[in-house]
Unconditional design. Structure first.
Length: 488
């Protein structure tokens, strides 16, 4: 084994050729590009708007200096994903995918651009007032989808009899809502959806809730951090029947009472009264919605009521699955979407700082609103923003550094071809290799540290004459001369 040349020796040997400082780039963007570090604290773009960007003052100053700098921020409420943030997003999505795989769901995907007709609903839901909708160049009314469930229903209808039920599908996709922004609420977000078609029993909901709980556990969140509130729209349906309120008002009543806690009780009353609901019924609805125990609900509605028996079945299944401590009955959970027909649920942080982490429920009659035969269905949507806020609060964000296996660095320009061959051969063996040139050795060492490389492979003239390279193991700091064909 030959003596290792000193760093100084290598620096002297290294021809100072073609060194171009990035900061001298003529692009107006690069000179303002934020620098990224690899600590979890910088992984914040998924949830907040605080990624390091040019301030308005800096932008004004740049424009004042005569450069034609455009606004480098993405549109309000939307996000860029620089590498650190992209790693976090990929990590989260890998967890979504892994849980879906464990539950035996298949992945599907849809266009973000959908026809507007799919999202036109008349129940006065907030979501339909937040549409990014427009006419395309062919005069068609289109939307950037605010949610994925209608696309899913469209595909189920399109596949018709060719699909065998039950089908269990998951998807991860971007959704757009022109939303008032709060912590964890954005104008675009990614949603993980898991949906089951063809299961009418509460087994469907029980499976979905297990997926959510498994995901939380996988991320390090426990049942003292997060709970899942569960109720059923059939509770409200039963109350409406008690007061002889016509069925056709059911959806609108659901959408109104979902606002409980968001607007005042007086405003809710006013909206219900204007629908034609009597004041006695309004009081009855609000009273039932304040129930937090299943036995109380049973007292009010009777044990024969479907809402009661289904909820009881779900809670007993939860015991068998082993997630009973995660769920609680809360009659005020109605969810804001018009199409839910049965059990509804949402995950919340027990400190009460954040909006719903995820939400879903049963929607057995969505397909008929699109003119098709109904199939029982249930599912949930789980956004990427609130969960990251929660992980941040709990100190559970992972440390996701950029990692490569090897850096290959030719010490002389004439060895560029050799370095390429070495990099190529290592890559073919599956190692991640960063081939670096036109840098000083000092920079290469720093770079290796920054990207957590495990080996530095120096391709130098004297070693190359012996058919070898110098390999530095960056964790043990040992150096060896290794024959090229023995390099693995
Ligand atoms: P959703 O309750 O409107 O339901 O949204 C589901 C989840 O998406 C929310 O709990 C939240 O995590 C996330 N989310 C929604 N809007 C935003 C936003 N503006 N910014 C950040 N995150 C957001 C649905 O969308 C249903 N389609 C879910 C479903 C699937 N039901 C049955 N299958």
């Amino acid at each position: 084994m030959s003596a290792v040349p000193s760093l100084r020796h290598l620096l002297l040997l290294r021809p100072r050729l073609r060194f171009i400082a990035l900061s001298t780039s003529s692009s107006p963007f690069l000179s303002y590009a934020p620098s990224h570090h690899f600590s979890p604290s910088s992984l914040r773009v998924l949830s907040s708007s605080s990624s390091p960007t040019l301030t308005q003052e800096e932008a004004d100053e740049a424009v004042g200096k005569g450069s034609s700098l455009i606004d480098v921020n993405p549109p309000r409420g939307t996000r860029d994903f620089p590498p650190d943030d992209m790693r976090l997003r990929n990590w989260l999505f890998q967890n979504f995918r892994e849980i879906s795989r464990i539950l035996s769901f298949e992945e599907v995907d849809f266009p973000v651009l959908e026809s507007e007709a799919l999202f036109i609903r008349k129940a006065g839901e907030e979501i339909t007032q937040q549409l990014y909708n427009f006419e395309d160049k062919g005069g068609r009314r289109v939307v950037l989808r605010p949610e994925i469930t209608p696309s899913l229903a469209r595909l189920v209808i399109k596949q018709g009899k060719s699909v065998s039920l039950p089908l269990k599908w998951f998807t991860i996709g971007q959704c757009w809502r022109y939303e008032r922004m709060t912590r964890g609420r954005r104008r675009e977000h990614y949603q993980w959806n898991m949906d089951i078609f063809g299961v009418s029993k509460v087994r469907g909901e029980a499976e979905l809730i297990q997926a959510i709980v498994l995901l939380f556990e996988r991320l390090g969140i426990n049942s003292s951090d997060v709970g899942i509130r569960v109720s059923s729209r059939k509770v409200l349906q039963a109350v409406l029947q008690m007061y002889a309120i016509p069925d056709n008002l059911f959806t609108q009543v659901c959408v109104i009472v979902d606002k409980l806690g968001k607007i005042t009780r007086e405003e809710i009353e006013k909206e219900l009264l204007s629908l034609g609901v009597s004041i006695q019924a309004v009081n009855g609805i609000i009273e039932v919605l304040s129930l937090k125990s299943l036995s109380k609900l049973e007292e009010v509605l009777g044990s024969e009521e479907e809402a009661v028996s289904e909820l009881k079945k779900l809670f007993s299944l939860a015991e068998s699955y082993g997630y009973a401590d995660w769920i609680c009955f809360d009659a005020s959970v109605v969810r804001g979407l018009a199409y839910y027909t049965g059990i509804v649920f949402e995950a919340f942080d027990r400190e009460g700082k954040l909006r719903a982490i995820c939400g879903g429920g049963r929607y057995d009659r969505l397909l008929s609103t699109f003119g098709s035969e109904d199939i029982p269905a249930c599912g949930f949507g789980f956004g990427d923003a609130v969960i990251v806020e929660l992980l941040k609060d709990k100190g559970l964000l992972p440390d996701l550094a950029h990692r490569v296996d090897d850096i290959v660095f030719p010490l002389d320009e004439v060895l560029d071809g050799t370095a390429s061959r070495i990099a190529s051969s290592l890559r073919k063996k599956g190692r991640s290799v960063d081939l670096v040139e036109d840098k000083r050795l000092k920079w290469v060492f720093k770079h290796a540290e920054r990207i957590g490389a495990s080996r530095l492979i120096l391709v130098g003239n004297s070693e190359w004459e012996r058919g070898a390279v110098r390999v530095k193991n960056l964790s043990t700091r040992e150096e060896f001369e290794v024959k090229i064909d023995e390099l693995v």
